[in-house]
Design a protein. Structure first.
Length: 485
């Protein structure tokens, strides 16, 4: 049984420079992930990898986000990873449980951006007065970059997206009149419009425009959650058009924790049920921590599962934030659905141990939104995807998986962006019992092997680069390639 640490969430004082004495002699890295579970989860995985190399890491976020990872730090990492709270100002219309994007209603995103901007004075104190780190790693919270420049602390951006996404978006911005060189990767008009709006929202809400151009040094390297064996051509293209050195750090896969003492009773019952199913007989259905299906989409998924005949399923359903205890599952599903599928299906409300489910021998496929963390987990555990991209860059990830022969995509209507349950059911059957599934499982097995083979080499380069950046003189004076220094 793997022992889990009792991790305290540290609310630092004005004079703190790291509460652990072990941090004093180690390189200290302060991480500022974006306020989404998929982002903070990727940062935690990176922190664990860096801990294995002797680096001490602080992860700074709002309390509601830190709670989501506080029980995912095994005892062996508790002396190297520390959680640090920051508190956005109190606003009556935006209580603390909204300080996360998880299931946050879309209309409240601008308020979240505003809360972050108003947190800048506290972030100044955390970075300079309380932690005074050797290095800061951030992703979408660009104001952290501005603060570190003011305090002469080196910083580097970590992208939790795929290199494909970074390459595609950068190409659209920097070379709009030139066709993207990889023709199997594309976005439909409505998908591109959504991605542009999301990118514009982040850049407007999280920019570091309080920093003058004269204050910024040359463009620094960038960390990306991928590996060269998966995305070499996209890494190279992204680096080429942005003139930056790109360092893959992945794949960052959360190791499933087996036999945890704090498992919920519902999880125990779920795995008892799953253990009774034969190998390659069950699919997982989930759309990530941020996507809430409409009533119509929920009914189409239910129809697909019902039409999938003898295929077993686990369906993770999420509701809008604040309504989890109000909405009843029976009220949003077709009448009689639960009774008709009771022997071959389980509905899980809110959250499920995705990694543990995907590695189970009975799992044969995954109906998924294709968030990048999920894509990496599916490759790690050899599970093909029935792709239904919903938001942001997910359509690009879906096309990448289809291009690599490890997914099939449910096509949406170009006019109304809707999908049909009948088509989903047909694709589920193809993956579970058809020839397509056998081919996909073989290809994903090969990808998984290639992905794991490059992990050490990629991380070696990252650690060397971070060590150089943490030496502040080198940070400002180094020229040329950091990778070869």
């Amino acid at each position: 049984m793997q022992s889990m640490a009792s991790v305290s969430i540290h609310n630092t004082t004005e004079t703190d420079h790291g509460s652990s004495s072990s941090s004093n002699s180690l390189t200290r890295i302060l991480m500022f992930p974006w306020l989404a579970y998929s982002h903070i989860s990727a940062f935690l995985k990176l922190a664990k990898k860096l801990a294995n190399r002797g680096l001490y890491t602080y992860i700074c976020s709002t309390p509601i986000n830190l709670i989501s990872i506080s029980n995912k730090i095994p005892e062996k990492y508790s002396q190297y990873i520390e959680l640090v709270e920051f508190h956005p100002p109190n606003m009556p219309e935006f209580p603390p449980h909204y300080h996360t994007t998880n299931a946050l209603p879309r209309h409240l995103l601008p308020t979240l951006f505003m809360a972050l901007k108003l947190s800048e004075p506290e972030l100044h104190k955390i970075i300079k007065s309380r932690i005074n780190p050797d290095l800061v790693i951030y992703d979408a919270i660009l104001l952290a970059k501005g603060i570190t420049l003011l305090h002469n602390i080196p910083s580097i951006q970590f992208a939790t997206f795929s290199a494909l996404t970074l390459s595609y978006v950068s190409h659209m911005i920097l070379k709009p009149d030139i066709e993207y060189p990889f023709r199997t990767i594309y976005l439909k008009d409505f998908e591109l419009a959504k991605l542009i709006n999301a990118t514009r929202g982040l850049s407007c809400g999280l920019s570091d425009n309080n920093i003058s151009n004269n204050a910024a040094p040359r463009e620094l390297p960038m960390l990306v959650n991928t590996c060269r064996k998966l995305e070499a051509k996209y890494l190279d293209h992204f680096g080429s058009i942005t003139k930056r050195e790109i360092f893959p750090v992945g794949p960052l896969i959360q190791e499933p924790v087996v036999d945890r003492q704090d498992d919920k009773e519902e999880d125990i019952e779920l795995f008892k049920w799953l253990n009774q199913k034969t190998a390659f007989s069950t699919i997982l259905v989930s759309f990530g921590s941020e996507c809430v299906l409409t009533d119509e989409e929920t009914k189409e998924i239910a129809l697909a599962l019902e039409l999938s005949n003898k295929v077993n399923f686990i369906w993770v359903l999420r509701f809008p934030k604040g309504k989890e205890l109000v909405i009843k599952v029976e009220e949003i599903l077709p009448q009689g659905f639960l009774e008709r599928v009771k022997d071959r299906g389980r509905i899980v409300q809110g959250w499920a141990p995705q990694g543990m489910i995907l590695r189970h021998p009975s799992i044969v496929g995954f109906v998924s939104h294709c968030g990048w963390n999920t894509v990496l987990e599916c490759i790690e555990f050899g599970v093909p995807i029935i792709a239904i991209p919903m938001h942001f860059e997910q359509a690009l990830n879906a096309r990448w998986m289809v291009d690599n022969g490890i997914a099939v995509e449910v096509m949406k209507d170009d006019e109304n962006e809707k999908f049909k349950g009948e088509e989903i059911a047909e694709l589920i059957r193809d993956v579970v019992i058809g020839n397509a599934g056998n081919s996909m499982r073989q290809k994903i097995k090969e990808l998984s092997k290639n992905m794991k083979s490059s992990e050490k080499e990629d991380l070696d380069g990252v650690v060397r680069m971070l060590a150089l950046l943490s030496e502040k003189d080198s940070y400002y004076e180094a020229s040329g390639s950091i990778a070869t220094t």
